[in-house]
Each structure stands twice: as C-alpha cells, then as structure tokens.
Design a protein around this ligand. Structure first.
Ligand SMILES: [Zn+2]
Length: 210
C-alpha cells in the first residue's frame, strides 16, 4: 500500500467515531480482552481490518482517495460494480456501495465521456453496421500487471451485436502479430470484417488487414 495513504488512514482511524472507541478499548485492555462485537475486527500496525479488509474511516477525503485509486485506473474509468469489486478486494467501509455510486455520478470524466464518446478514425466511413462482425472496433488495454507473460489485452467489439472478444497480448505487439492473433482468435470464427476501427489509428488497422 501507498505509504501516504497508510499514514492518512491511521490518522483517520484515531479521529473516527466507530473505530476511535474500539481503539481505545483495545489499547487500554489489550487484544485478549476484546469482547463480543469486536470479533470481526483486527487491529494491525495502526490499521483496522474488518473481516480481513482494511477499514476506511468515516472521512470523505479518504473514501474519495481510495475510490479514485480503483475507479480511475489503467483500464480507464470503471463502472460502479467493477469499481466496488476492485475496492473490496482490499478495503471496506460501511455504505461503500452508495458511496461509490454517488462518486461515479459526480465524476466529471465519466460524465463527459458519456456525452462525447472518444473520436475514432475508421478506415471506411462510419456507416451503420448491418451484419454480425462486419465492423469491429479494436482497442488495446496496455500496462496491466503481467500475467502468464502478457501485459496487455486486445479487445475486439462487434459494433452490431456489441459482443466482445478479449485476447491477451503484449504492449509492443506489431500489426503483423495482431493480424495473426485476430485470425487465430476471432476471424476463424467470425470471418473477415469489412471495416476495422482501431485506437492505434487507420494505418495500423490497414496493416492488420493486409
Ligand atoms: Zn470516472
């Protein structure tokens, strides 16, 4: 965990009404005397753990900081449930669901992207796709934690059905390698698309289809 965050959490816990009281109890009577109602709680190195999750004290700033850390990550601005899922791998506080919901509603970037989707450059004019897998969008999610030797994911979305196919890959994948990956994982099942919209630009998309 980030050291600044840890220090801020510790400080917040001392000022927190719920845990401030628990802390006093533990510090004055020692962990052996922890009574009923405290069995889900652990106190470790200045932090409270609730059922193994780091408790975020009742402090708007801290809750925002933790939420932002997960919501606005390398994969972009995640939705409510994904954000909550990621946070609760590590952190918890009472009312987390409502908090995250409100946070995302107030997130300026999420609100802007909703109104103005990112502009993509198609290799063909952006006509309305008619058939399945005729027009696909291709995006790379890069710089993820390495897993089985891969650090990125190629996402391919069919613009007609919105079906998504994900393929693990590496950040420095070339157009030729992408083409092979698409052939093996997607085009063998779906057939070749008529148009590709790529976040790496029309030139890359054109090379992939060569
Ligand atoms: Zn957002």
């Amino acid at each position: 965990m980030n050291l600044d965050l840890k220090a801020a959490l510790k400080e917040g816990i001392e000022a927190d009404r719920v845990t401030g009281e628990k802390l006093k109890q533990i510090l004055t009577s020692g962990p052996r005397h922890i009574t009923k109602g405290l069995q889900d709680w652990n106190y470790e190195d200045g932090l409270f753990l609730y059922k193994g999750l780091i408790y975020v004290p009742n402090n708007e700033n801290l809750k925002c900081k933790v939420t932002q850390m997960f919501h606005d990550n390398v994969m972009g601005h995640l939705g409510q449930w994904k954000t909550i899922e990621l946070i609760t791998w590590e952190y918890w506080w009472p009312g987390i669901t409502e908090f995250v919901k409100a946070y995302i509603k107030g997130c300026a970037i999420c609100q802007t992207t909703k109104i103005q989707p990112p502009v993509k450059v198609p290799i063909k004019p952006n006509e309305i796709p008619q058939g399945l897998w005729e027009t696909i969008t291709m995006d790379f999610i890069t710089d993820l934690p390495t897993s089985k030797g891969y650090d990125s994911i190629l996402t391919v979305v069919d613009r007609h059905s919105k079906a998504i196919i994900l393929s693990p890959c590496n950040k420095n994948i070339t157009a030729v390698e992408t083409s092979q990956l698409l052939l093996d994982n997607i085009w063998k099942q779906t057939g070749f698309p008529l148009a590709i919209i790529s976040d790496r630009g029309p030139q890359f998309a054109a090379q992939v289809t060569q």
